[in-house]
Design a protein around this ligand. Structure first.
Ligand code: ZN
Length: 189
């Protein structure tokens, strides 16, 4: 059999942060492993933790929009939803100096009218270990490792100690299995 030297690509994404307590541990662990990821930030959390957002950019991670107050965008008027989105973009741009390209709507909820109005790239996910629900490191690792496939986008939340620990374990296990961690633009483009 011909040896396949091409590594299988996979992307890590983290929602709901930054967390003053857990995000620094994650950033440190990612840096140590030479892994870049994407962070979909809640605007009001970003505003409270601008240094962590700057660190993300400095470390080569992607910073995306996860609304200002973590709302379900299709449960409000388009005007209200657009305000949630633009307020977040404004705060992130102010902190990073960069235009935000990607959005992950909370609960994956978007609608057509909003999609037409909002010219950002919507990013969903392929692997969801429900880390927020179980908050158990080994369960999260197991669920991801057993379900992941090449070119998948993995969803985690860097606001739980268990998820941060799981993320770093997942990297170590999947690297052993021949996976390479890329930022999602490498998978989407
Ligand atoms: Zn979320």
């Amino acid at each position: 059999m011909k040896q396949n030297i091409e590594r299988k690509k996979v992307a890590l994404t983290f929602d709901d942060g930054p967390s003053e307590k857990y995000t620094p541990i994650l950033l440190e662990g990612l840096k140590k492993r030479g892994v870049r990821a994407a962070f979909f930030l809640v605007g009001e959390n970003a505003r409270e933790n601008p240094k962590l957002v700057q660190q993300m950019i400095k470390d080569g991670h992607i910073v995306g929009n996860h609304t200002y107050t973590h709302v379900q965008l299709n449960g409000m008027t388009v005007e209200q939803a657009m305000k949630e989105i633009t307020d977040t973009n404004d705060v992130l741009k102010k902190i990073t100096g960069q235009q935000v390209v990607y959005i992950r709507p909370p609960f994956g909820a978007f609608d057509e009218e909003l999609d037409e109005k909002c010219d950002m790239i919507q990013v969903l996910w392929n692997v969801d270990p429900l880390d927020w629900k179980c908050q158990n490191c080994s369960t999260v690792v197991k669920r991801v490792v057993e379900n992941v496939q090449e070119n998948d986008i993995i969803l985690l939340h860097d606001i739980y100690a268990s998820s941060v620990e799981a993320a770093l374990n997942i990297i170590d296990v999947l690297k052993e299995q021949g996976y390479e961690f890329v930022t999602l633009d490498e998978l989407l483009l």
